[in-house]
Design a binder for this molecule. Sequence first.
Ligand SMILES: *Cc1c(COP(=O)(O)O)cnc(C)c1O
Length: 400
Amino acid sequence: MPLPPFRRSFTQQEPIPEEAIAAALAVMRSGRLHRYNTAPGEEAEAAALEREFAAWQGARHCLAVASGGQAMQIALRAAGVAPGDPVLTNAFTLAPVPGAIAALGARPVLVEITEDLVLDLDDLAAKAAASGARVLLLSHMRGHLCDMERLAALAARLGLVVIEDCAHTMGAAWNGRKSGSFGLAGCFSTQTYKHLNAGEGGLLTSDDPAFMARATMLSGSYMFYDRHGAGPDEAAYAGIRLETPNLSARMDNLRAAILRPQLRTLDAAIARWNARHDRLAAQLSGHPAIRLPRRPPAESYVGSSIQFLVPGIAADTARAFLAETARRGVELKWFGAEEPAGFTSAHRSWRFVAPQALPRTDRVLAGLFDMRLPLTFTLEDCDLIGAHILEAAAAVLEAA
Ligand SMILES: *Cc1c(COP(=O)(O)O)cnc(C)c1O
C-alpha cells in the first residue's frame, strides 16, 4: 500500500502559551513596553527574564537584546574585537554568524568542520596560527557540540577567547555542563525557529563582570544599567559608562513577557524534541547509504532538527532525492546546492567574506541533508516522515 503523503508544515511552531499571551496583554495594558519604563519598585519583564535565564543557564550575568545576531555583535565588541581583526568561526553555520564579524569590520577566518558537523580542532589550531586571531566565535550549528573539554584546553593553549553561538544549543550540555558556559560568553536567539519563540530576540550570558558591563552599555542601557539585576555591580561601569558607544539593541518588555513562561517549560520541550529526533534517527540509521552524525555520550543535545549524510552522493542524485522527498511532502534542505535557498548556510554564498578554500567542509556539505522537527509534529508524524525518506532513498539512492 502506498504511504499517504505527508501534509504538515515544517515551519509551523506551537502556539504561544496562554500564560504568555496573558503576560503580553498585561504589558500592553500597562503601556510600559520599554524596558526602562517602570513603575516605582517594579522589576521590568526584561530584567526578570535576564534574572531567570541566568539562573536556568547557570551564568552569573545575562543581558537581553534585540536578536541572536546582536548578541554576537555585542559580544565581539565587548571582547575587544576591532576593525580588521581576524576572527575564527565555523565554515558551516548560518549567515548572521560571519555577518556579526563583518558588522564590526573584522575579518571572518573560516575553520573546517568534520563529518560529524563540528569544528575541526586541528584546522582550528592551524588557522589560529596562520591568522594570528585571538577570538573564536564558535557556532554549535544545528545543535552539534565538538569535544568541549578539548576545545577549551586548546583555546587556552592558543590564547583564544571563545564566544559560543548557542542559537541551536539552548539547553544542550557537554558532560553535564551547559553549552554557552565554556568560554567568555554564550549567545542565544529567541527568534521563532529556535528553542524559545518571541518572534525575534537574543540573550547574552557571561560570568565576567567587566565584559558584561561593556555589553550592557553597548546594548543601549544609557545610565539605567542599575536596572539590570542580572548584570554586574555598579563599580564595573565606572571606567566605561561614558566611553562605550550605545548601539540601541535592547529587548522590550513585550518579548520578555512572552519568553518567561516558555522558559519555565523549556526542559519539557527539550524532552519532546529529543523523543521526535531519536524516533526518526533510529529509523534512518538502518539505511546503508545514510550516515547520521556521531553523537558522543558526553553530548546532551536538543533535537529540534535532524541531519543526515549521504557521503559521496552526486549532485544530480541529490537533486533527484530532494525532488522525490518533496513530492511526498517531506521538506529536506540540502547544503550542497550551488544557489542558496531560504536561510543561507553555505560559505560560498557569503560574498561579504573573502573566499576561502574549505575542501573538507565542501565535501561534507555536498552530502548533507537537514530537516526541522517542530513540536507540532507527533511521533507518528516522525514515523511517516522516516518511511517516506527510506522509500525515496530506495527509489533514488539505490537506483543511482
Ligand atoms: C538564528 C541563528 C543565529 C542568529 O539569531 P537571530 O536571532 O536570528 O539573529 C545565529 N546563529 C545560528 C546558528 C542561527 O541559526
